[in-house]
Design a protein around this ligand. Sequence first.
Ligand code: FAD
Ligand code: NAP
Length: 338
Amino acid sequence: MPLFLPHFNLQKLNTLAVPAVANFYVAVQDDDELREALTFARTENLPLVVIGGGSNIVLRADFPGVVIQLKSQGKEVVAEDEHFVWLKVAAGENWHHLVEYTLDNALYGLENLSLIPGSVGAAPIQNIGAYGVEVKDLITELSALEIRSGIVVNFTNESCRFDYRDSIFKQALKDQYVITSVTFRLRKTAQLNLSYPALRDALAGLDNPSPQAVSEAVIAIRQSKLPDPALTPNVGSFFKNPIINLAQLQVLRTTYPDIVSYPVDTARVKLAAGWLIDRAGWRGKEAAGAKVHAQQALVLTNPDRASGARVLALAELIQQSVRAQFGVTLEMEPRVYP
Ligand code: FAD
Ligand code: NAP
């Protein structure tokens, strides 16, 4: 039986370091403990939330229910051929430790996703991405336990309906499954993705960069631009990059010829949300007790460990001014609880 801890302070379990208390906290090591935690919440008639590293959540207030943290560990090679290895990884494993493990074992594909905080089980939820790679490119299938029935179901890559920072687990199946393991297809010979200029520039001095060099470059760039959550609490990008149609871009370009956009398909483009926030005058500013990061305006920080409500108040001010100036709605990336 896992240990249910009452009146639990969540400040150390969310990288925004918001002070909030849960009625109960429980760490679970495997599927059976997870089922026991779900049964407890159902029996006590309490809402529940499953977390990994707490690096993509905003706790608006105390959580009036059960916080279940996945701690399951384990990696297993489930198949192999001439070119690929299929690695099944428990949801509670740390994401960056997995990236390091794959590189140490000459398994490639995850290098651009180095240093992303959080757990393996959360990675498919928003289809984590960085420097031109999304985790959907590597996932072949995953296992998830249905909260209602306790039954474990397999999802193929296709059935996860991955999209830009999105999956079925944020849409039609929101709050219905707990991801318990993820299977990755990794290459035995690296096929590097250097499509992002910042990464290409960082490796410009090397003739034939190794995947380890790519990982090190990604880590160095990230450390130069992003605040370390252990020192300056944050949840990474606070907003998604908005996707708009070409006609809307043409209109914006008449006023802002230097607006930053990237093609999505023939009809749509992705705008850099950080650029919009910067041009709306928010970079480095402080309001409602939280701050806009000076090196990357897409990141909000919480240096004084203010309440989630205060950070959300700053986010709302930013959304309002970006909407007023550009007519573009910024959608929040982290999930807000309760
Ligand atoms: P949590 O914050 O614990 O949970 C996030 C959501 O997923 C919650 O809704 C939770 O209920 C749900 N969830 C968690 N685990 C499970 C599970 N096993 N089953 C079902 N639901 C679950 N993201 C990127 O995409 N790219 C980046 O480059 C990136 N960089 C970041 C940099 C910094 C400094 C920070 C702080 C964050 C960054 N993020 C980035 C965001 C975040 O790290 C990722 O979204 C990460 O996958 C969240 O993992 P987590 O375990 O902390 O999730
Ligand atoms: P950046 O390199 O300054 O680029 C700014 C934005 O432009 C990024 O959001 C990125 O979109 C987009 N972009 C840049 N080059 C691109 C290209 N060649 N093709 C398509 N889009 C391009 O961004 P950054 O803030 O330093 O972050 C670097 C990478 O880490 C990005 O991929 C970013 O998503 C990721 N990251 C994510 C989080 C998070 O919490 N989600 C936090 C930190 C960093 P994309 O975001 O779509 O890649």
